[in-house]
Design a protein around this ligand. Structure first.
Ligand code: PEP
Length: 253
């Protein structure tokens, strides 16, 4: 079975609920009739309810950018998988590099988040990727990325993996305008798929969607998506305007 491409927008810490409603409406209306591509938008927590209303009854899916792994409790400031599911959220980003970098999120915590998401019927998108320093250190960047994949999925079986996607986002390409070349993205994605196959078997690895993220724009999406192991895009900056997100969704047009 070929993998259906997934184009996901990460709105980061942008949009008030009103802005988010406008953006969701523009994307919803502009994406009407697009087939063969799964579309996901990940607004900030405070805009999830408004966007859920705008997307109700459409094929567009709603995602969160983060969550805590406990269901309830004295965890001031945190949001649980139960709360997300109750809002109609179906996917959640886990371990975005900005979470790793600014909030100290480590592989072990991210593994707990992946498991908690699955336990509550949410589809985790595990984000991995090397920093510029790691990339410049030589071939060891590959071990960093493989290690993030293995640690993030530690303790899961192939049977658990169905809802899981991986997003490969080289940190040096996020928000910098520097995109990995299609060949470089392909090399990393193939390596990630190989790491998945080693742990979970060839079939589970073949079925996994591996998204590329890092300065994806309307003018580079097509060549990235042409690579055999690139199954979608996680889009930051260009997902904040319908004028730039819609052409990415319609990369085949
Ligand atoms: C991201 O936020 O995941 C991202 C890839 O950002 P940008 O597209 O702006 O590089």
């Amino acid at each position: 079975m070929p993998r259906t491409p997934l184009i996901a927008g990460n709105w980061k810490m942008y949009t008030t609920p009103e802005d988010a409603r406008d953006l969701a409406r523009a994307i919803r209306d502009g994406a009407a009739g697009v087939e063969g591509v799964d579309i996901l938008v990940c607004p900030p927590f405070t805009s999830l309810a408004a966007v859920a209303e705008e997307l109700a009854g459409t094929p567009l899916a709603l995602g969160a950018q983060n969550m805590y792994y406990e269901e309830t409790g004295a965890f001031t400031g945190e949001i649980s998988p139960l709360m997300l599911a109750a809002l109609g959220v179906s996917s959640v980003l886990v371990g975005h590099s900005e979470r790793r970098q600014h909030f100290g999120e480590k592989n072990e915590t991210l593994n707990r988040k992946v498991k908690a998401a699955l336990a509550h019927g949410l589809k985790p998108i595990l984000c991995v990727g090397e920093t510029l320093a790691e990339r410049e250190a030589g071939a060891s960047w590959k071990e960093v990325v493989r290690g993030q994949v293995r640690a993030g999925l530690e303790g899961l079986d192939a049977a658990d993996l169905g809802p899981v996607a991986i997003a490969y986002e080289p940190v040096w390409a996020i928000g910098t305008g520097k995109t990995a070349t299609p060949a470089a993205a392909q090399e990393a994605h193939a390596m990630i798929r190989e790491a998945l196959a080693e742990t979970f078997g060839a079939q589970a690895a073949e079925e996994r969607r591996i998204l590329y993220g890092g300065s994806v724009k309307p003018d580079n999406v097509r060549e990235l998506m042409a690579e055999v192991d690139v199954d979608g895009a996680l889009v930051g900056g260009a997902s904040l305007k319908a004028e730039t997100f819609l052409p990415i969704i319609k990369f085949r047009a």
